[in-house]
Write a protein that binds this ligand. Structure first.
Ligand code: SF4
Length: 363
């Protein structure tokens, strides 16, 4: 256990929500420009109201790369805080109110397995393969991409990242999210029969040498447990009820859902599309419930619903609460730098190379 880790003490658990909010507001005033709180769109309303900036992974990574704040508190999941730590300067410190807030998707790709797959792909023939890691991945995998001529992408720039890779190589090795890779590559005109799935449990990822040689895109067998809750059958049900419904989905959804949707894009894209739509329009949205419910509240003149009969939500994102945010800030205001996220030195330089390649993409 990291001795830097701190959770709210028992005595704090009986403090009212109102009091916790007041404490957060007062500490923010006290720390002023020394502190920046970043909030991902999947955070609850209670937490995100305290964020100085909110956004998706891409927007938050950009903001982190541009701020001068000494303390950056990340209300999101661990890989996002790691990314912020890589991208900020040595005198800035990044914290997450619950260090155990991981990401199911990021955990789908272990670095050892990716390294093994890389060797097997390379031994299949002499072609240049460019690795791309979705930002939902460990710092170690970002460093792997930096070292091997690849880059990081988010759902906002996956297409540009794949273009970048094909300008430099013949194949793309995309991890950990197979759906983002497949949906994006297909929309760029790459047919499904030029993509293969890599199952790390199988020799050669479950493929023949010939299939590896012929593939243009090699997709890691990873997925987001939240976005996999959406299905194409439900789209058909909704369309029967209202043929005018606009179906908009996040690219972490499966291929069938993506194909039945009217629009597909990052959370930033989903927000923009709904904001710009006319009053009275009807939207069915396939992404995490906190964002969809917030959009619903912000646009009472539009009919917005989640693309499912229940509300898929991310348990990891929900680990950040007003209680642990208040505790985090109280500790910082007392000079206790708890829950700091520090990326191992041996990954920093190459991970930064891969992140900078992403930040330099023209989108
Ligand atoms: S919604 Fe999915 S991809 Fe996003 S943090 Fe949760 S598990 Fe990870």
């Amino acid at each position: 256990m990291n001795k830097n880790v701190s959770t709210p003490p028992e005595s704090m658990k009986s403090v009212s929500m109102e009091e916790l909010n007041i404490r957060i507001i007062n500490i923010k005033k006290h720390l002023d420009k020394r502190l920046l709180i970043l909030g991902h769109h999947y955070q609850t309303d209670d937490v995100i109201r305290h964020a100085d900036e909110r956004g998706d992974s891409f927007a938050l990574a950009k903001i982190a790369s541009q701020t001068d704040a000494e303390y950056i508190v990340f209300c999101g999941v661990h890989f996002m805080a790691e990314t912020a730590d890589i991208i900020t300067s040595a005198n800035q410190k990044v914290f997450i109110p619950d260090v155990t807030a991981g990401c199911f998707l990021a955990d789908c790709a272990r670095s050892d397995d990716v390294e093994d797959a890389w060797e097997e792909i390379r031994s299949a023939g002499s072609f240049r393969t460019i690795p791309i890691t979705y930002v939902n991945s460990s710092a170690e995998l970002k460093a792997f991409c930096g070292k091997n001529g690849g880059l990081v992408c988010t759902s906002s720039n996956a297409g540009a990242a794949i273009d970048w890779a094909f300008e430099r190589g013949q194949k793309v090795f995309f991890f950990p999210d197979q759906h983002l890779g497949r949906n994006t590559a297909f929309n760029m005109g790459i047919p499904l029969n030029e993509m293969i799935l890599w199952d790390p449990e199988e020799p050669l990822g479950g493929n023949s040498i010939e299939a590896i040689r012929n593939a243009r895109v090699i997709l890691w067998d990873g997925f987001c447990i939240v976005h996999l809750e959406f299905n194409a059958e439900y789209v058909n049900i909704l369309r029967k009820q209202d043929p005018s419904v606009n179906v908009i989905v996040h690219p972490e959804c499966n291929f069938e859902v993506a194909q039945t949707a009217d629009y597909m894009g990052s959370t930033a894209y989903i927000i923009k599309m709904i904001e710009q739509s006319p009053a009275g329009s009807h939207w069915a949205v396939a992404t995490e419930k906190n964002l969809v419910n917030r959009l619903k509240k912000q646009h009472p003149d539009k009919r917005i619903e989640i693309l499912q009969s229940f509300e898929p939500y991310c348990k990891s994102m929900a680990q950040i609460t007003v209680l642990n945010l208040a505790h985090q800030l109280e500790q910082l205001s007392q000079g206790n730098l708890v829950n700091q996220v520090i990326v191992d030195k041996k990954y920093r330089k190459e991970a930064l190379t891969a992140l900078n390649r992403m930040l330099e993409l023209k989108i």
